[in-house]
Ligand binder design. Structure first.
Ligand code: AMP
Ligand code: MG
Length: 409
């Protein structure tokens, strides 16, 4: 493959620079243009300021083969991308007859004549530029020639930006296979990276990126010449090297893997959650098709809830405490019985930051899995003082216990 061409992404909008909205367009565009042979070298957000934006575009369009902007193509006074692009390229703008025709039906919605005039600013097209017709919304995109390549102007709202970008990209040849995304849970990031590197020995033209989140490590295999079949064979080797901690090779989440595996095995699941507070069920119900496997869950936070809703014996709680092997097992059994599920998982732990003791420190979490064959408990000492990370990692452990129980790995 030839070397990637350099690209820059400019997201326009004061809502982005002032922290009122999070820029998601950059990540999507950067990911999608890779397959067409571009690599993003710079990405910036600029407020709704025509001179500032013109300055940025003037430089980037001289340096990069592709510059993509999003935002600022609407009809209001703060939509300045067309004008800034014209300034940057030293060209004019003129109304496009087909866009005027497209926009005319929208004029009737406005009683204020100034509003009607504003709507028509969306018909202004850079001289010599190609129009990208809107599929949703009223803002058209544009493709203009620049000193170093092309400038593509796209609307800001992601649901308008996405189809327009896809339709423009579809005309360019695909030069790289889609990266393969492997999911690994229960191993430290550096162990995963070393295993992945061992798995890649002898595989040429495969780039490796390892991304860690609490309880989850993603291994991305990038096409740097290997092509689709080369990537697939590299993924098989990496998965074998990582072992049973690798739960997916096609980008699936851990919860998706659980739902697919349970559905394939015809098994139903339930959960009894204390410290994860419903996060296990949330993760499962995030997956379309969860209804075929998840019967339900109980968030039993207080001891009284564990007793009343999950039939955990009060004496057991008094003797061993809520965060214990015995309570975890009783919770899982209680959930399995009350929902009539094939498999139930439970979580009970010290999420922190307070509440830790010498023998039950913050991050100590007990889990249990109950099946027709019995109940077994697992303990983890999660080494994080961050409550949200403890809960996220505990959720991943619970999902992984379900996966391992379903698949027998
Ligand atoms: P605009 O095209 O400037 O009218 O953008 C309108 C709306 O699109 C904004 O209010 C945001 O909600 C959304 N938006 C704009 N830029 C982005 C971006 N980079 N990432 C995500 N949403 C965006
Ligand atoms: Mg805007």
């Amino acid at each position: 493959v030839s070397a990637p061409k350099s690209a820059a992404i400019v997201t326009v909008g004061s809502e982005l620079t002032e922290g009122l909205r999070v820029d998601t367009n950059t990540a999507e565009i950067a990911r999608d243009i890779q397959h067409r042979g571009f690599r993003v070298v710079e990405a910036v957000s600029v407020g709704d300021d025509v001179a500032g934006l013109a300055l940025v575009l003037e430089r980037l369009t001289r340096v990069h083969a592709l510059v993509v902007t999003t935002g600022g193509l609407g009809p209001t006074h703060d939509d300045v991308t067309r004008e800034a692009a014209a300034m940057a390229l030293g060209i004019g703008v003129a109304p496009d007859p087909s866009l005027i025709e497209f926009l005319t039906p929208f004029l009737a919605r406005h009683s204020d004549p100034d509003a009607a005039e504003q709507v028509l600013t969306q018909a202004l097209v850079l001289s010599g530029a190609e129009v990208l017709a809107p599929t949703t919304g009223t803002a058209a995109g544009q493709v203009a020639a620049t000193p170093a390549g092309v400038l593509v102007l796209l609307p800001g709202p992601p649901r308008e930006m996405r189809p327009m970008l896809a339709s423009w990209l579809s005309r360019l040849p695909s030069v790289r296979a889609t990266a393969l995304d492997l999911g690994v849970t229960g191993l430290p990031e550096s162990d995963v990276q070393l295993s992945a590197q061992r798995g890649l020995l002898g595989h040429n033209g495969v780039g490796l990126t390892v991304l860690a989140r609490p309880g989850d490590v993603r291994v991305l295999l990038l096409d740097e010449g290997a092509g689709e079949s080369g990537l697939a064979s590299a993924a098989t080797s990496v998965a074998a090297e990582v072992g049973s901690a690798c739960y997916a090779t096609g980008g699936e989440t851990l919860a998706e893997t659980v739902v697919r595996a349970a559905a394939a095995a015809g098994l139903t699941v339930a959960a009894a959650e204390s410290c994860t507070g419903g996060m296990v069920c949330t993760a499962i119900t995030d997956v379309a098709g969860a209804s075929s496997v998840l019967l339900g869950g109980v968030v039993a936070y207080a001891n009284t809830a564990k007793i009343d809703l999950l039939a955990v014996p009060p004496g057991l709680l008094a003797q061993f405490g809520a965060v214990s092997e015995q309570t975890a097992c009783a919770m899982a059994q209680g959930a399995r019985d009350s929902f009539g599920a094939d498999i139930a998982v439970s979580t009970t732990g010290v999420a922190g930051p307070g509440g830790g003791t010498a023998d039950k420190p913050v991050g100590l979490v007990w889990f249990a899995v109950a099946t027709a064959h019995g109940t077994h408990a697992t303990v983890r000492q999660i080494s994080s003082a961050d409550r949200s990370a403890v809960r996220s990692r505990a959720t991943a452990v619970a999902l992984d216990l379900l996966r391992r129980e379903i698949l027998g790995v």
